[in-house]
Design a protein around this ligand. Structure first.
Ligand code: MG
Length: 380
């Protein structure tokens, strides 16, 4: 069995992007860049991940995600950090190490396969991209053109037989911007495999904007449905879609019995396959007695966000004979939009009667149904 460990270099200060936190901790689609990087290293052929962080970044690192591997403390220069990372790995003696930059949040799994396949015949392998633009020397004025034939842009992760790169780093004394240079300086032959534009390193402010667009493209749309009924009773307040509606009866239930917010909450939970409202707020639990249903919906919203997703749209129908919903529609939409953090045009609210048929028609209860559309990161 070959043991393969990914070593993520996340020790930089990222001064070129601006901003007051190192770029590997900047958020992309609600998640730290480093968290994206780690997600993409989940690959059937990678057995574990170690992360090299910068001095003083412990708290930032701890906030990146749950169940992170213990960090390795890095050094002043990138190559110091890599050497310290390799040193930390030396005790577990992996066969192969993939050295990767935290500033490359997207890693197509096929690139990992290409690199590991290449290591069957070589001690090192890196992903490269061709150069399509004309290359020229340039300052404020354009200088001479440089031939681009035979040139490549070198990306990470860079894969090496662990023993070979560890030895190369120990004896290396020069300057290097990546580990392939360190390897080649030690006489290691490094294979070039096809890289991927998705692997682009985020360096400048505009790179982040582009990455946000890329992330949106990688998200898939999911829809959830919700339905709920509560009985109307004397002596209860009527809460509907997050607002108090004056009426001679109110809805009965364990919480505030806001049938509309319950249906909506179930729709949002349904869209991310997170069970139903009863799973999260069991009616048997006394702490939810009389609870405002706002927090149920906010909880569902938070779960979507925790998965790196966002709610695109919700559509709610309230089904009752009385009270009349029309006069309250605007306030209800506004309330829901506020709870979900959505603009009004992404919150739809409708009302209907059942033509005096059934329990709703007889005024015994109110029903609500809802649909929620969310966008979440594509399953990997
Ligand atoms: Mg309910």
């Amino acid at each position: 069995m070959t043991k393969t460990i990914a070593l993520v270099v996340a020790a930089g200060c990222g001064s070129r992007t601006g901003g007051d936190i190192p770029k590997q901790y900047r958020r992309l689609g609600g998640k730290a860049l480093l968290a994206h990087c780690l997600d993409h290293l989940r690959h059937p052929r990678i057995d574990g991940v170690r992360v090299v962080i910068g001095p003083g970044q412990e708290a930032l690192y701890a906030g990146v995600a749950a169940d992170l591997p213990p960090p390795v403390m890095g050094g002043a220069e990138r190559r110091d950090s890599v050497r310290l990372g390799l040193e930390a790995l030396a005790t577990e003696a992996p066969d192969i190490v993939l050295i990767h930059d935290a500033a490359r949040p997207f890693l197509p799994p096929v690139v990992v396969d290409r690199l590991l396949d290449a290591l069957a015949d070589h001690d090192g392998a890196v992903p490269v991209l061709g150069v399509v633009d004309t290359l020229a020397r340039s300052g404020t004025m354009l200088g001479e053109t440089v031939a681009r034939d035979g040139l490549a842009r070198v990306q990470t992760p860079q894969a090496f037989r662990f023993a070979a790169i560890w030895e190369a780093h120990q004896s290396f004394t020069g300057e290097a911007t990546d580990d392939a240079q360190v390897a080649r300086a030690a006489g290691i032959a490094v294979a070039a495999v096809a890289g991927d534009p998705m692997l682009e390193k985020l360096t400048y402010e505009e790179d982040f904007a582009r990455a946000e667009e890329r992330l949106a493209m990688l998200q898939v749309s999911r829809t959830g449905l919700g339905f709920d009924v509560h009985a109307l009773a004397e002596g209860e307040e009527l809460w509907l879609a997050g607002i108090r509606v004056p009426h001679e009866k109110g809805l009965k239930g364990h919480s505030d019995a806001d049938v509309a917010l319950h249906a909506l909450t179930d729709a949002v939970l349904g869209a991310i396959g997170a069970g139903d409202i009863g799973d999260h707020f069991p009616p048997s639990d006394p702490q939810w007695r009389g609870a405002s249903s706002d927090r149920f919906l906010e909880h569902a919203r938070d779960l979507v966000e925790a998965r790196g997703g966002r709610i695109d749209h919700v559509d709610l129908t309230i089904i009752c004979e009385a009270p009349r919903i029309g006069p309250h529609k605007a306030a209800m939409r506004e309330r829901i939009a506020g709870l979900l953090g959505l603009p009004l045009d992404r919150v739809s609210l409708k009302a209907t009667t059942t033509e005096r048929l059934g329990f709703a028609g007889r005024g015994e209860g109110i029903a609500a149904q809802a649909a929620a559309t969310v966008r979440v990161p594509e399953d990997r």
